[in-house]
Design a protein around this ligand. Structure first.
Ligand SMILES: NC(=O)c1ccc[n+]([C@@H]2O[C@H](COP(=O)([O-])OP(=O)(O)OC[C@H]3O[C@@H](n4cnc5c(N)ncnc54)[C@H](OP(=O)(O)O)[C@@H]3O)[C@@H](O)[C@H]2O)c1
Length: 443
């Protein structure tokens, strides 16, 4: 029999309900693994009078409307924060960590805003702060980066870490929907918020990339330095053309080391080969592919949200933290994989210095000389074309056409400059866009 563990849980909604259900349904195996089944003894909610069906693991729980009271309660050994929002969640975490009470949280928004300060505090107080559920929901990527790969050097990671964007892109590419139709479908299916900006604009993925890159590379990542492009500019036509070339368009969060030791970071829609692992992650699923020196390429995929998948991550964290409490070994694993004094400032590569193949799409006046004009301008920037198609969309006027080019490996700064000069000829070129083609080779 292991030491009894009593949980004070802030929030009892989608994730909190899942935590109680999982602790109850898996009680037998958790007891075999931990020597005890953690019990939820206190629950903080906003509406304590709401009728809730609580299973075994919370049968004796009492309710409060004051989350901060969980910290001072002698009947609480660890705090699980699954209420969301910045406040009072931020105050709750600070108070718990100050008091040396370990915390498990699923709160991605709070970590994005205050993660650095909270992780510093946890380390200073030798208190555990676990947050597996805050990145890619049910996928255990934090534990993999923090512990599973602790002997390895990560070279590159690429992830589909926003289920909403992936759901939209999947419906567009598989069913030919427009962005607007796919967004409406995502909202109807409960996969997108009424205001989807943070998801489709890439902000949410950038938050997660900052956490993942920090763990993978042992560096402080300034969110504002992650070039972030959303998916709103991707059309059904882009998907169709990309597929014709053997690619799928995915919204990827990407971090990779360069030969000169800099770190390339970005969130943007990219083309990935049809047969690659990431191309085959559909709907609201998440996936993260890690390329590391010893292991090579590995891919973790699974639900990035939902009651039981997210609760699975929370309860696994609870078990880890409970083991540390039982062993009197809180703070054993640095919350960021590296102790703070071993963290470095990230030397982030300028986006314009990156090299990659690119997909270029121009909407042009369909008349002689236009192709030559495009090729000349690209050639002036040393961007060389590997493949090209010209086509007219179903509803396009007679005199308009789409010209799509795949380039050889090119400097992305040069590609941007070429597109800028091309776009100056407004009589010939109505729009120009470039997407990175992500290679499946080593970084
Ligand atoms: N849902 C997912 O799939 C998912 C996936 C990954 C991460 N997360 C994260 O998990 C957290 C919880 O999400 P959720 O979907 O479970 O939210 P939810 O269903 O809205 O539940 C929120 C819970 O917190 C309680 N609450 C909210 N504000 C409170 C306050 N000021 N004081 C006391 N209680 C308060 C609510 O009480 P009442 O019940 O009385 O209203 C409710 O029980 C968020 O940080 C979210 O980002 C969720």
């Amino acid at each position: 029999m292991g030491k009894k563990i009593r949980i004070g849980m802030a929030g009892c909604g989608v994730v909190g309900g899942g935590v109680i259900e999982l602790l109850s349904r898996n009680a037998g195996l958790i007891e075999r693994r931990l020597g005890t089944v953690p019990e939820v003894t206190r629950i903080a909610v906003r509406h304590p009078d709401r009728v809730r069906t609580l299973s075994e693991a919370a049968r004796n729980a009492t309710f409060t409307t004051d989350p901060l009271a969980l910290v001072d309660d002698p009947e609480v050994d660890l705090v699980v924060e699954v209420m969301g929002g910045l406040e009072p969640a931020g105050s709750l975490l600070r108070r718990a960590l100050e008091a040396g009470k370990p915390v498990v949280t699923a709160n991605k928004a709070l970590l994005a805003e205050q993660g650095t300060a909270l992780l510093d505090l946890a380390e200073q107080r030798h208190t555990d702060l676990y947050f597996e559920a805050a990145v890619a929901g049910g996928i255990p990527i934090i534990r993999v980066l923090r512990e599973g790969l602790s002997a390895d050097r990560v070279l590159r990671l690429r992830g589909i870490v926003n289920g909403t964007s992936n759901y939209i892109l999947s419906r567009m590419s598989r069913e030919g929907m427009s962005f607007e139709e796919a967004l409406t479908a995502a909202q109807a299916a409960g996969f997108a918020e009424a205001d989807p900006t943070l998801d489709v604009g890439g902000g949410d993925a950038a938050h997660k990339l900052a956490i993942l890159a920090s763990l993978a590379f042992g560096v402080h990542v300034d969110l504002s330095r992650i070039p972030t492009v959303g998916i709103t500019d991707i059309s059904a036509g882009d998907h169709d053309i990309a597929q014709g070339f053997g690619y799928v368009i995915k919204h990827l969060a990407r971090a990779a080391t360069t030969e000169s030791g800099e770190l390339e970071l970005s969130v943007e829609p990219m083309l990935v080969a049809k047969e690659s692992g990431l191309a085959n992650i559909h709907g609201a699923m998440n996936a993260i592919e890690v390329e590391s020196l010893g292991l090579g390429s590995s891919l973790l995929a699974g639900p990035g949200a939902g009651s039981l998948p997210t609760a699975m991550s929370v309860v696994s964290d609870v078990i880890d933290v409970s083991r540390n409490l039982q062993a009197g070994a809180q703070g054993r694993v640095p919350p960021r994989a590296y102790p703070t004094d071993a963290m470095e400032g990230a030397s982030i590569a300028r986006r314009d210095d990156a090299w990659a193949r690119a997909y270029l799409r121009f909407e042009v006046e369909d008349r002689p000389g236009v192709l030559g004009f495009l090729a000349t301008r690209l050639g002036e920037e040393s961007v060389s074309i590997e493949r090209m198609v010209q086509r007219r969309g179903a509803g396009d006027p007679e005199h308009r056409a789409s010209v799509v080019m795949l380039t050889h490996r090119a400097n992305l700064g040069a590609v941007t400059r070429a597109l800028r000069t091309v776009s100056e000829r407004k009589d010939l070129v109505f729009s120009a866009k470039a997407l990175r083609i992500e290679s499946s080779d080593s970084p």
